[in-house]
Design a protein around this ligand. Structure first.
Ligand code: ADP
Ligand code: MG
Length: 254
């Protein structure tokens, strides 16, 4: 018999945490407090969605976690160490792809490895593997302008995954795509995650889309606005849509 109610897996080790993160920006009218006392934890092997309205400070928080900006107060810990700048092992996918238009797909993906000082031969090999994994085989020498939005975001994913990140941060990665393209990319990603073919061990997905959060995540952190703060946590309490992507399940329903 098929048991659709998944037993709650024991939570893995904590890989990342934010504690008391505060961020204000100087504006002409005074300080705009964007994040206040944000606490969150990401454990090994889970996909967590951070669900919040536009302007609530989600991207700011993600940039702080990625080490791209320093918070006004509080701390982000990654594997027991405070994050003080971009950390090896944390990669990010952006809403508007952030590709270099003057570089080919292959060069864009290799750019992900540049900061790590990987030698060119190894770099080429890893970039080709990431491109293949994400379904861009055959488009290595294309330029971003020659690709559809969905394919451009696949390049964004390949560039993040090529560094074998422990943690993948995603800032509304599907929101610039049309509905069907977004759905295909979400499903493809979950497929790879289910098949354990993604190098990443934990995912933090920022979104304003409730359905997306439920579809993708094990846990949803509900983010308040003005100022942004984790106001509630929801454990997705039913069998995941992504369980239906499991190959053994597919065999049974086919
Ligand atoms: P979200 O990603 O949830 O839409 P953001 O983190 O992009 O929210 O922005 C939250 C608020 O912080 C907005 O009001 C935005 O204008 C402001 N903000 C973000 N970055 C900066 C910055 N570098 N300087 C000044 N204000 C900023
Ligand atoms: Mg944002």
């Amino acid at each position: 018999m098929l048991n659709l109610v998944q037993t709650q897996a024991a939570p893995g080790a904590e890989v990342l945490s934010a504690k008391g993160v505060r961020q204000g920006f100087e504006k002409s009218a005074g300080e705009l407090l964007v994040l206040d006392n944000v606490d969150l934890t990401l454990r090994d092997g889970e996909i967590v969605a951070l669900l919040g309205r536009s302007g609530s400070g989600k991207s700011t928080l993600l940039r702080i976690i990625a080490g791209l900006i320093r918070p006004s107060a509080g701390e982000v810990m990654y594997r027991g160490e405070p994050v003080k700048g971009p950390a090896e092992g944390i990669a990010m996918v952006f809403q508007t792809f952030a590709l270099f238009p003057w570089l080919t797909v292959l060069q864009n993906v290799e750019a992900g490895l540049e900061a790590l000082g990987v030698d060119p031969k190894e770099s080429r090999k890893r970039a080709l593997a990431a491109i293949d994994l994400i379904g861009l085989d055959g488009f290595e020498s294309a330029y971003p302008r020659e690709l559809s939005g969905g394919m451009r975001q696949r390049v964004g994913f390949a560039r993040a995954l090529v560094v074998d990140p422990t943690i993948l941060l995603m800032d509304e990665p599907f929101s610039a795509l049309d509905v069907l393209t977004a759905e295909t990319l979400r499903t493809d990603l979950l497929d790879l995650w289910m098949e354990k073919r993604l190098p990443t061990k934990s995912v933090l997905l920022v979104t304003h889309n409730i359905e997306e959060a439920v579809f993708m995540a094990d846990r949803i952190l509900v983010f308040s606005s003005n100022p942004g703060r984790v106001a509630a946590e929801i454990r997705v309490p039913f069998a995941h849509p992504r369980d239906r992507l499991d190959p053994t399940f597919r065999q049974m329903v086919d």
